[in-house]
Design a protein around this ligand. Structure first.
Ligand code: DQA
Length: 147
């Protein structure tokens, strides 16, 4: 299983950024945690983080024909980006939406997720553990490609 782990804007600042919401663990620590779990599951993770919407679209497109799953935390683009929704639909790679916090219990503008409609599952409010849950879900499989 080749799994692409994509993190959107400001997630490179994990550990510094609003630790009361996102925790004290850093982006590098998150990647190391996922790498360890992937090893145990026999999966091969690849990591990508960007603050730029177009770069995130490019990363999703790069998964086509190459990756078996995507773990996607689009950050604030969750709530604004039709382009990310379209990219996930376009490549047809099973994608799990992940959020460290639970956006549905925060400000009203965080309640909309465009990308959710194209995802096979959403994991939210579980901190770093949510990425591991997503990894396990994808490794368990049973998701059809293409939609
Ligand atoms: C987030 C939630 C979003 O609302 C926010 O803009 C983020 C992080 C999360 O992981 O909880 O950047 O995706």
């Amino acid at each position: 299983m080749n799994i692409l782990v994509i993190n959107g804007p400001n997630l490179n600042l994990l550990g510094i950024r609003e630790p009361e919401i996102y925790g004290r663990g850093t982006y590098d620590e998150l990647c190391a945690l996922i790498r360890r779990e992937a090893e145990a599951l026999g999966a091969e993770p690849e990591f990508f983080q960007s603050n730029h919407e177009g770069a995130l679209v490019d990363a999703i497109q790069s998964a086509y024909g190459r990756m078996d799953g995507i773990i996607l935390n689009p950050g604030a683009y969750t709530h604004t980006s039709v382009a990310l929704l379209d990219a996930v639909k376009a490549v047809g790679v099973p994608t799990v939406e992940v959020h460290l916090s639970d956006p549905d219990t925060r400000e009203p503008f965080r309640r909309i997720s465009y990308v959710r409609a194209a995802c096979v599952a959403t994991v939210k409010g579980r901190g770093f553990q949510g990425y591991l849950d997503a990894l396990r879900l994808l490794c368990r499989g049973g998701f059809s490609r293409g939609r």
